[in-house]
Design a protein around this ligand. Sequence first.
Ligand code: PLP
Length: 489
Amino acid sequence: MTSDAARADGLTDAVQAVLPALEQWLRFTDMTGPARRRDSWQAVLDVPLPDKGAGAGPALAELADWVVANGLPIGAPGFTGFITTGPSTVPAVAQFAAAVASPQRYAVSAFNLLEGVSLRWLAQACGLDPTVAGVYSSGGSVANLLALGAARQAAFERLGVDVGRDGLPPGARGRIYAGTEAHHTIHRSAAVLGLGREAVRPVPVDDRQRVRPDLLAGMIERDVAAGDVPVAVVGVAGTTNTGAIDPLDALADVAERHGVWLHVDGAYGLPAAGVEELAGRFAGVRRAQSWIVDPHKWLATGVGCAATFVRDPELLHRTFTQTPAAYLAMPGSGAVASAFEDFGVHYDDLSVELSAPPRGVLVWAVLREIGRDGLHERIRRHVAYARRLTDLARAHPRLEALTDPELSVACLRYRPAHPVADAELDALNEELLRRLWRTTAHLPSSTVVAGRFAIRPCYVGVRHTDADVTGLAAALVELGDALVAERAA
Ligand SMILES: Cc1ncc(COP(=O)(O)O)c(C=O)c1O
């Protein structure tokens, strides 16, 4: 018995106190409940800071009854709104196990070992050379930041400047080239790296939302002539809006010709590059200098897990190394008899995080459970779902497919039998989506494709079934017809 107010024992009882609520949650029977009941749980939870603790029992009961029961169902079978999903069972348990058994990723532990093992497995599962160096972070936002940090370091080192150490030279204008469909975290990375959001040159996309490499060379040449420093070309391997894959081989040609770093943002799509029959769509992917992938998307590890891969980790080190801290200096030579005599890989010097949970164990858990084959089967199934929904939309007189899916994102809209202007169609589909959310278990999101409002399901979750795909098409027609009838009445 310790004198601390917090319990540090009784783990089994504590888990058992919450498990029934978690099992109930995973039935996903009350999709609109948490929003409808918001007043009730807000009243219970949003209270003044307690001076006296309620104790473990009441805290766990509140966790089960009010917090778990009012979570966000992104792992539900019909949820296709985000490009992230909930964890499958084994990584969910691995996350809990890591929180208990190895809250940090460093020093001599099996968790630390799995950081490196899983990065190698992940690279291979994505069709990359397993010798690339990796580091985990919290998500694609940070992963992109790290990769573009390395690119910035390389670009300015070529001019004799160590930006990580000395900062950007006065007046220097670095440039990043990314398609107009690239994720906005590229722009934020540019801002954080001191280049500014405006440093991201928007490269136009073609009618399939893929960046146009034919326009890229001219943009780089004009910038170089103006004295700007090209830092990176970004190719998106699976855009967030439509799942489009930029022509990576052609981007690599232009980048190589101009001596510019090629970064592949594969936060969502990179795992598909390892699938034999899809690999052709990612031709050239291995020619890049850096890549990111989010296991919290297609690997369903649970949110908080991304990886950055680079060819040369020294660049990451020079960009992000900390000034040495005395308390981190470990004596490290000869036989290691204590976990704390070997810090392991200094991921803290390759990234912006010092304290960080082990994330490799999540990726390890997924790949140990289902293997590369299981992951690739999942991706094939999801890509087939997007294709099937698109085919259903094409075959139906009142549905319209707005893209030809490359990966597992489909974009479609309801179109009434009578002619309607585009603006009216947008408004109708917006209302239709709201009704879908409120009255069904089908929860896609929306996007805009070439100026048109689209309903956009993205299949990355482990619980989707064929019925969720056909059910969504049917629900769109049924609710769309009802809406049109109401408006005509
Ligand atoms: C292509 C792409 N890049 C980067 C990100 C940012 O990732 P995260 O949300 O994990 O920070 C996303 C997120 O959806 C994405 O789709």
